[in-house]
Design a protein around this ligand. Structure first.
Ligand SMILES: Cc1cc2nc3c(=O)[nH]c(=O)nc-3n(C[C@H](O)[C@H](O)[C@H](O)COP(=O)(O)O)c2cc1C
Length: 179
């Protein structure tokens, strides 16, 4: 039985470098019918930030996240989190979705495989000061959510077309192994 995959991207850049990694992930999968992709950065006007009352309880928001995106995430076996490096953090639009997990923590926790796709101008590796905080952020997030990180692509020096092609192959290889 094939696994349900949800891909979340955060960049507002149409056909940008991180978007290309998300494309590669989709292209690598054997069963594209089981893939749901939401490009938060390109649909930012349709999604809202988390809202809380004075007791820190969620004020439910009936936007695209609650109607469509969150049900897909909850239902998926595999979650792909794709971001570019913006001011040494993740894309705000992706973070907006992650903060909205708060209303659905119980339904979301446990049992998902996660793939992390990152692109950034900085040429450092995953242990460099540019990317290490991001890698650790995703590690902590997944530990808290009881999700397993199965693969990470650090698309550093992203303006280098040759390197970007290598990351695209790396990403497609990751998704080929999902069964
Ligand atoms: C608003 C903004 C902030 C950025 N901040 C960083 C940064 O902190 N470090 C870095 O190495 N590159 C930074 N970059 C460069 C991007 O990470 C790089 O161009 C990346 O390939 C963008 O991916 P995208 O086109 O998918 O958004 C920034 C670019 C933008 C537009």
């Amino acid at each position: 039985m094939s696994r349900k995959i949800t891909i979340l991207t955060g960049s507002p850049h149409l056909n940008g470098t991180s978007s290309k990694l998300a494309d590669a992930f989709v292209n690598g999968t054997s069963d594209k019918n089981n893939v749901y992709r939401f490009d938060a950065g390109l649909n930012a006007s349709q999604i809202n930030f988390l809202k809380l009352d004075e007791n820190e309880a969620t004020i439910h928001d009936d936007d695209l996240i609650s109607q469509e995106v969150m049900p897909h995430i909850i239902d998926s076996d595999v979650l792909v989190l794709c971001t570019s490096l913006y001011y040494y953090g993740i894309n705000a639009e992706l973070k907006a979705i992650i903060d909205r997990f708060y209303e659905y923590n119980h339904e979301l926790k446990g049992g998902k495989d996660v793939y992390i796709l990152i692109t950034g101008y900085d040429a450092g590796d995953q242990n460099s000061s540019a990317y290490r905080p991001l890698v650790e952020y995703f590690e902590q997030l997944c530990k808290y959510m009881r999700w397993n990180i199965k693969g990470t692509v650090i698309g550093s020096d992203s303006w280098n077309a040759k390197k970007l092609r290598k990351y695209i192959f790396e990403t497609a290889d990751l998704s080929k192994n999902i069964s």
